[in-house]
Design a protein around this ligand. Structure first.
Ligand SMILES: O=C(O)CCC(=O)C(=O)O
Ligand SMILES: [Fe+2]
Length: 325
């Protein structure tokens, strides 16, 4: 809630050098702030001077060039799982395009992708994407440490973080024809299946998040040096339902193309709900689950959803590993 205007807004958290020293009082306050936002909204805008402005601008320039490549070239980047590879121009998403890359903090992965896209590779692209991959992986791990700290399960954090994988998705939402404004959906309402998702965007807004309390759509405003942090269903399960995984969508209402970069973290093994988060008030809601198997389960459900056979793919973690399902 914005106290001056009384208007409900997606919360904003500021990270500065002065509160990022683990063990200090201001660090624990920040950890609690992060946890509070995850519990009440499932998301927040993070203002943090982590990625230099020029590096960000360079990334969005590179993305423009990448998406300008012929569709046949982009489609060379394939995968059996619907979560990976190139997604283009699906009937229900109009002109939306997405490209997913695995572990961009590992330069080899970016290099082999660039050789697939450009006959002689593209050093500039590789350097910029790899730099982002490293910084965003670092940020994801930092946020996870803060969550574990705030729930008093710091001792379990090391193993958890060592098992994390990071996937980057580049998204392109083309400008909207005048007649379609108001009705055009860039990305349908969904919850993320990750542990945490971190979103960077160019200056073009469009992301909206549904509130937990009143299911109201809140637009996410762009702030300089910011990214948007969203809790995925895997963190909801890990936290025994304390963390909220918000439904969000992209509604394009502008004449300029929107680009975003989504970094999602996934556990490569089994996620166990800490015993410390289970008690009489909060009985166990989820069994231990394999995160990658959950993604395959989602992938199948997603195909059923796209074919109109099921109504929703939000909250699907309950079907997968909820206690009593
Ligand atoms: O582009 C955005 O702002 C949202 C992207 C998103 O929700 C996703 O990739 O899961
Ligand atoms: Fe999402």
């Amino acid at each position: 809630m914005d106290h001056e205007t009384g208007v409900e807004k997606v919360p904003v958290i500021y990270f500065g050098k002065e509160n990022m020293e683990p063990g200090t009082l201001s660090w624990s306050k920040k950890c609690n702030e992060v946890r509070h936002c995850f519990e009440e909204y499932g998301c927040f805008v993070l203002v943090y001077d982590l990625i230099p402005k020029k590096l960000r601008d360079d990334l969005f320039n590179e993305l423009e060039q990448l998406f300008d490549l012929p569709t046949e070239t982009k489609a060379k980047h394939t995968s059996e799982m619907s979560l990976f590879g190139y997604t283009g121009k699906l009937p229900h998403l109009k002109d939306f395009e997405g490209i997913r890359l695995n572990e961009t903090a590992n330069l080899e992965n970016v290099l082999s992708f660039s050789k697939l896209m450009w006959p002689h590779g593209n050093d500039n692209f590789c350097e910029i994407v790899h730099e982002h991959g490293k910084l965003l992986t670092h940020l994801d791990i930092l946020l996870q440490k803060m969550v574990f700290e705030s729930y008093n399960v710091r001792n379990q954090c090391g193993n958890h973080i060592e098992s994390m994988a990071h996937i980057l998705r580049f998204n392109k939402y083309p400008a909207v024809p005048e007649k379609d404004i108001e009705t055009y959906v860039g990305l349908q309402p969904h919850t993320d299946k990750s542990f945490i998702s971190i979103l960077l965007q160019n200056q073009i807004s469009g992301l909206q998040v549904q509130t937990k309390a009143s299911a109201k759509w809140l637009p996410v405003e762009f702030l300089p040096s910011s990214c948007i942090i969203i809790a995925g269903e895997a963190m909801t399960a890990w936290s025994n339902n304390k963390v909220h995984s918000p439904i969000h969508r992209v509604l394009m209402a502008g004449k300029e193309t929107r680009y975003s970069v989504d970094t999602s973290s996934y556990h490569k093994g089994t996620i166990h709900i800490p015993e410390e988060l289970i008690d009489e008030e909060y009985p166990r809601c989820y069994n231990p689950f394999n995160h990658l198997e959950f993604l395959s389960f989602y992938s199948k459900k997603r195909k059923e959803f796209d074919a109109g056979r099921i109504q929703s793919v939000s909250d699907i973690i309950k079907d997968f590993c909820g206690v009593g399902t």
